[in-house]
Design a binder for this molecule. Structure first.
Ligand SMILES: [Ca+2]
Length: 262
């Protein structure tokens, strides 16, 4: 097992954040906040993978399995929720080692998402998270109109399986604006799959059966195509998250208005 102690991660993130400080990168949340975020600290024993996208090397902050990524396309970084973020649409990162997430059994993932340029009349899909086989996906489905102007495809967040026992859970995202940060959390305990947005209740769906463990493969973050979208603070957990945990995560990590204080 190759696992970086959480305390090391906190120090590395803090140091990197200081090193990255400057006119280009303006973190919305100071990375040192992790040291005092009980909502995150209490979950660290369940984390199997964490990528904060703050290093030019594109290495993850923590990985139970092998952590060397394979680049697909030319994945770019930009100012994110904390330090830097991966720009989905420019390229993706493949982590082939299946031990980095417990997708074959039960677990959870979460990530923060911010639109860059979302065409809200006609757009394709932007994958945020994908299994190497493409069977499992977390994506923004772009909208599409019919010739008569009616919607043929509604803009929404989708998580699901497009192979094996197919099915999906979804949430609306048509009102999301550039610069906003939203928390997406996904639980799986097959055949159940559930999606939570911004710390809200999980929208659960039951698939027609349990997927074959060989269906998934490794982990892909980002995409080489689709409307550009910032992804930051991606975590995988070895168990589903409770509604209270995801609510606490959102509350602790969301950007605060200056008037709110800490
Ligand atoms: Ca980051």
């Amino acid at each position: 097992m190759r696992r970086i102690p959480p305390t090391t991660i906190l120090c590395v993130v803090a140091v990197l954040n200081q090193a990255c400080a400057g006119p280009v990168v303006t973190p919305a949340v100071d990375a040192s906040a992790y040291e005092v975020l009980p909502a995150l600290r209490d979950l660290m024993d369940a984390v199997t993978f964490h990528h904060g996208f703050d290093q030019e090397s594109l290495l993850p902050d923590m990985a139970v399995g092998e952590w060397e990524p394979q680049k697909l396309g030319e994945p770019k970084l930009a100012a994110g929720l904390v330090g830097k973020a991966l720009v989905a649409g420019t390229g993706s990162l493949l982590f082939k080692d299946t031990r980095n997430w417990t997708l074959t059994t039960r677990g959870a993932l979460c990530l923060w998402v911010s639109p860059v340029e979302w065409n809200q009349e006609e757009a394709g899909n932007t994958n945020f998270v994908l299994s190497h086989s493409s069977a499992f996906y977390v994506e923004r489905q772009g909208p599409l109109r019919k010739p008569d102007g009616a919607w043929a495809r509604l803009e929404s967040l989708l998580v699901g399986l497009q192979r094996g026992p197919k099915g999906s859970a979804y949430a609306g995202c048509a009102g999301w604006k550039p610069g906003e940060w939203h928390l997406i959390a996904v639980n799986w305990s097959w055949p159940q799959l559930a999606l939570s947005v911004d710390g809200g209740a999980f929208n659960a769906t039951e698939l027609p059966g349990k997927p074959d463990p060989d269906l998934f493969g490794g982990l892909i973050l980002g995409s080489n195509g689709g409307d550009p979208t910032l992804l930051d603070e991606f975590f995988c957990f070895n168990r589903p998250l409770s509604a209270a945990e995801v609510k606490a995560l959102h509350q602790a990590m969301r950007p605060k208005a200056a008037s709110e204080g800490e």
